[in-house]
Design a protein around this ligand. Structure first.
Ligand code: NAD
Length: 249
C-alpha cells in the first residue's frame, strides 16, 4: 500500500516547475491529484502525464470566484481534499522598497499571499468536516531573510510563513497540520521572461550568490511529500528550508 492511497492532493501551480513535480510525486505515492494552474494547457499536460488519477482545473488563486470553482471541482471529482499544496506563485523584479511600482507590489502580494490564503480558506471547511488534512505551503528563502528577492516577493513570502504558523496553531486540535517549505534556487520556469531591476539585482547579488547551487523541482516535491505524510504526523507549523544549506550561511 502506498502512503497516499485513498487520499486526494490539490496542488496549485501544478502546470510547471515545483508544482508539476509535486503532482507527479503525490500521484506516484498513491494519491489522486487535482492539478490546478492558471494556465489551462499546462495543468492539462500534468494531469495527462499522471493519467486517470488526476484531473486538471484551470483556476486563478488570486480570484475568489475562481478559487470557489476550483474547490467545487476538486470535491466534485474526488469527494474530499486531504492534502493541499499551496504552491503557485510569481516573482517580482527584485526591485528595492524605494523603487517597486505599487501595481507590482499589489499583484505579487495578491497572488503569493492572498492567493495562498484564499485557497486555504476555501479548502479548510472540507478538512474540518473530514477531521483531518495536511497543508504544505511553498514559501521561499525570501520568507525568512531580507536579501533574497525584491521587496514585494520578500514581504509576500514572509506573509506565507506567518499564515502557515497561524493555520498550524489555530487548527492543530482539528487534526489539520500546516507546514511550509522554503526552496532555494530551483530549476523551474519562474524566471522565464522575467525582467530584473538592475539596482535591486546588484544589491541582492551577494546573497543570491551564496545559494548558487540549483535544486531540481523533484527535491522540493520530496520535502512536501514528507510534510504531508503520516511520517510527519507531529510536525506542525514547521518552516523547512530546502536549500542545500543556503539558509545556514
Ligand atoms: P513556475 O513558474 O515554474 O511554476 C509556477 C506555476 O504557477 C506556473 O505554472 C504558473 O502558471 C502558476 N501560477 C502563477 N500564478 C498563478 C495563479 N494566480 N493561479 C494559479 N496558478 C498560477 O515556478 P516555480 O519555481 O515552480 O514556483 C513554484 C513556487 O515555488 C512559487 O510559489 C515560488 O515563489 C516558489 N519558489 C521558487 C523558487 C525557485 O527558485 N524556482 C525559489 C523559492 C520559492
Amino acid at each position: 500500500m502506498s502512503t497516499f492511497d485513498d487520499r486526494v492532493a490539490l496542488i496549485t501551480g501544478a502546470g510547471s516547475g515545483i508544482g508539476r513535480a509535486m503532482a507527479v510525486a503525490f500521484a506516484k505515492a498513491g494519491a489522486r491529484v487535482v492539478a490546478c494552474d492558471i494556465d489551462k494547457e499546462s495543468a492539462g499536460r500534468t494531469a495527462e502525464e499522471i493519467g486517470e488519477a488526476a484531473v486538471a482545473v484551470a483556476a486563478d488563486i488570486s480570484d475568489e470566484a475562481s478559487v470557489a470553482a476550483l474547490t467545487e471541482a476538486a470535491i466534485g471529482a474526488f469527494g474530499r481534499v486531504d492534502v493541499l499544496c499551496n504552491n503557485a506563485g510569481i516573482m517580482d523584479t527584485m526591485a528595492l522598497p524605494a523603487d517597486i511600482p505599487v501595481e507590482l507590489w499589489e499583484r505579487v502580494l495578491r497572488v503569493n499571499l492572498t492567493g495562498t490564503f484564499l485557497v486555504t480558506h476555501a479548502v479548510l471547511p472540507h478538512m474540518l468536516r473530514q477531521g483531518s488534512g495536511a497543508i504544505v505551503n511553498t514559501a521561499s528563502e525570501a520568507g525568512i531573510r531580507g536579501g533574497a528577492a525584491g521587496a514585494a516577493y520578500t514581504a509576500s513570502k514572509h506573509g506565507v510563513v506567518g499564515l502557515t504558523r497561524s493555520v498550524a496553531w489555530a487548527h492543530a486540535k482539528d487534526g489539520i497540520r500546516c507546514n511550509a517549505i522554503l526552496p532555494g534556487p530551483t530549476m523551474t520556469n519562474i524566471a522565464t521572461n522575467a525582467s530584473f531591476d538592475p539596482t535591486g539585482a546588484a544589491r541582492l547579488g551577494p546573497v543570491l550568490a551564496l545559494g548558487e547551487r540549483l535544486a531540481q523541482p523533484e527535491q522540493m516535491a520530496d520535502a512536501a511529500l514528507f510534510l504531508a505524510s503520516d511520517a510527519a504526523s507531529f510536525v506542525n507549523g514547521a518552516i523547512v528550508p530546502v536549500d542545500g544549506g543556503w539558509s545556514a550561511a
